[in-house]
Write a protein that binds this ligand. Sequence first.
Ligand code: ADP
Length: 268
Amino acid sequence: LEANISPMARNDEEWSGILIVLHNMTAVRRLERMRSEFVANVSHELKTPVAAVKGFAETLLAGAMDDKETAKSFLQIIYDESERLNRLIGDILELSKIESRRIPLQFSPIEMEHFVEQTVHVVSAEADKRGIRLESSVPPNLFLEADEDRLRQIMINLLSNGINYTPEGGRVRIDVEPVEQEEGPESYERVRITISDTGIGIPKKDLPRIFERFYRVDKARSRSSGGTGLGLSIVKHLVELHKGTISVESDAGLGSRFTIELPVIHDS
Ligand code: ADP
């Protein structure tokens, strides 16, 4: 708590009272703490791939280059880690742009059946490669006002997670449906988009933290599937920029279900 105390004078001789202004500093401090934690996390996340690149390059220079097979596998690691670094930097920049509201959204009407078909197509090669079935169900003539690129980014992120965290032979599905309208002047029509998988699921204790930056249930698994730990926080921010909500239900071992609800009409 921060206090400012100043005398209140009626005229030059007489005091009429004292004005005490109390500022609640907890919110400010919390923001500062969150920011410095984020910087610490970012540095840590960036250091890991940089250390790998440096270490393997050093070993190559120290003589490992002479053996062709070793050299090739080390170069592959250097390449993969550079790619990872690239993705991390891209996600960090994206998140910082979104958080500081530096991305103006371009709203336009989107026909969902066609949109979902296009979006599923983007991830279908990856799903095929991993032996995962993609399914979708969207009613015809359902329109939604959204920023098309951002909505696609949201869906691709969730679909890719579904594919990444589902073992071979499983399935990922996407369902779109209008939400039953509630009575009352405040309510507007909403659309519900559900992305579910039959994958490894998320333990109950981790569910509340899943949208936090860099939070991962299993770091090793996320790393090996190329994850940055930022995907879901980007998704949550983008959904909120659309004045929507996102929630998750999951059972470890049985799969996960992410539910997004977005207003049909965007009124700024
Ligand atoms: P990552 O890049 O690690 O996938 P995300 O922010 O997208 O980061 O997700 C955070 C964490 O949430 C993941 O590391 C993973 O542990 C968990 N997760 C996200 N989606 C799923 C899913 N569909 N099934 C199981 N776990 C998931």
